[in-house]
Design a protein around this ligand. Structure first.
Ligand code: HEC
Length: 228
């Protein structure tokens, strides 16, 4: 028993020396790699030439017009907010104030911290259509195109709970998402998030409107129309 153990131990030592012992020799052969992992990848390293591209550069130039994140977007055409120097199309959450979080301390706040103008609502409608309509639907009732492709339980923005919800909480849902809805804080600048909140308020108001909400003179005009 003991002899078998020592024979085994001796063989093991010989094996270890045979495999690991002669590492001092120099060799021009590539090393034997038992687990190459991802050591060799067909990729271009930074600042290295490449024959793949006609101009011989490995690094590609950015697409013309590329704007680095955090820089002011050059305005094409007329400034959409000439009167509102405060409005920024590139400004992401930075800070803990109401404007950036929708909260006062630990409580949701309510109110739109930008001048609520027709322009802001137009902007909100445009941004809502781009970012929210695909799921929540143009009218906010949760029947956007994704509902035809298997996305279930998209919130109907006209439910009483969401009509009564503080503006800040809706802002926060846009920023961070809620349950199965992902957040858009990294995609939609703060000002645009408030523009969307204002527009969501407008569609909620429209969804719950009654004839009494129509101003009297407008209502008279409607009633003067030939009734079907
Ligand atoms: C990819 C689909 C999708 C997009 C895009 C999307 N949502 Fe949602 N949203 C959902 C789903 C699904 C829920 C329900 C989440 C839950 O509570 O299970 C939801 C819930 C909500 C709620 C209710 C949150 C609560 O407290 O119950 C609000 C408000 C809302 N979304 C607003 C928006 C706004 C504004 C946008 C655009 C910036 C947007 N959503 C974009 C899918 C989406």
């Amino acid at each position: 028993m003991l002899r078998a153990f020592f024979t085994g131990l001796g063989l093991l030592l010989v094996l270890i020396i045979a495999v690991a012992g002669f590492r001092g020799q120099k060799s021009s052969e590539p090393p034997i790699e038992i687990f190459p992992d991802m050591d060799h990848q067909p990729k271009v390293k930074a600042q290295v030439p490449s024959e793949f591209f006609a101009d011989g550069r490995g690094n590609r130039l950015p697409v013309p017009g590329t704007v680095p994140v955090g820089y002011e977007m050059p305005q094409s055409g007329a400034d959409p907010f000439p009167d509102e120097g405060k409005y920024r199309t590139v400004r992401f959450s930075a800070g803990t104030d109401y404007f950036n979080t929708g909260k006062f301390g630990t409580k949701w706040g309510t109110g739109i911290p930008l001048p609520v103008t027709a322009q802001l609502l137009q902007r909100g409608r445009e941004r809502y259509t781009i970012y929210c309509g695909v799921c929540h639907g143009a009218s906010g009732s949760g029947n956007g195109v994704t509902s035809q492709y298997g996305l279930v339980a998209i919130a109907d923005l006209h439910q009483a709970r969401l009509r009564d919800m503080a503006d800040g909480e809706i802002f926060n849902t846009i920023t961070h998402g809620k349950n199965t809805m992902l957040g858009y804080g990294a995609n939609i600048p703060v000002d645009d998030r408030w523009a969307i909140v204002a527009y969501v308020r407008a569609i909620q108001l429209a969804g719950a409107a009654t004839l009494d909400d129509v101003p009297p003179d407008e209502r008279a005009k409607l009633e003067a129309l030939p009734q079907p």
